[in-house]
Design a protein around this ligand. Structure first.
Ligand code: PCA
Length: 195
């Protein structure tokens, strides 16, 4: 059995749901030979990443896949890269709004995701859900989480990845349905480890 730590975020920015957690919590407990360990995390600079790092220390997963909301997007977007920058257009859920700060002072400018992003994109498309590779996870909490995990798990066997999902229809447009998001995540997870 392979172990996957998969996370979704609490609502932020005045929304009352976050599609990332709504989709993650509906996933089955196993997909093929992958056991899923689901965790809802707060939309907070610092705390989000620390929560996942603590959970991973306990679980020792083979992969960590974090999911977040990206409101203006129309497709599921696996992220290719995390950058060493926090710059918030809106405050996080504790009112923090860092401007032009390094996440890890002196750290590399960027890390590439260590999950097989291309294979995941192909798998989601094959499952019939719009999906494109993204080359920017932004500069808010999601990018900070991705960069922090890639930094923490560099040179280890733990794969790290991030997937942004659009709004749900009730939040506005563009959107995908919850069923489409669950189908997309299921396909992406099945593609994490080569058969
Ligand atoms: N999306 C935000 C943070 C939490 C979430 O779901 C982001 O893209 O940074």
């Amino acid at each position: 059995m392979k172990h996957l730590l998969i996370t979704g975020f609490e609502p932020f920015g005045g929304e009352n749901i976050n599609p990332s957690w709504e989709a993650v919590r509906l996933l089955p407990d196993t997909i093929g030979d992958v056991a899923l360990h689901k965790l809802q995390i707060p939309t907070l600079f610092g705390t989000a990443a620390q929560t996942v790092i603590d959970a991973a220390a306990e679980l020792q997963p083979g992969a960590i896949l974090c999911v977040g909301q990206a409101g203006s997007r129309s497709a599921v977007t696996p992220e290719y890269v995390g950058i060493n920058l926090r710059h918030a257009r809106i405050a996080d859920n504790a009112g923090l709004q860092p401007q032009d700060e390094a996440i890890v002072p002196g750290g590399p400018a960027a890390y590439f995701a260590t999950v097989p992003v291309r294979r995941m994109v192909a798998a989601v498309e094959a499952a019939g859900v719009p999906c494109t590779c993204s080359y920017s996870a932004g500069t808010f909490v999601c990018n900070e989480l991705l960069y922090s995990l890639l930094h923490r798990f560099r040179d280890t066997d733990t794969m790290v990845g991030f997937i942004h999902v659009p709004y749900l229809p009730e939040q506005g447009s563009p959107s995908l349905t919850l069923e489409e998001m669950v189908r997309a995540l299921t396909a992406a997870i099945a593609a994490l480890w080569e058969e």
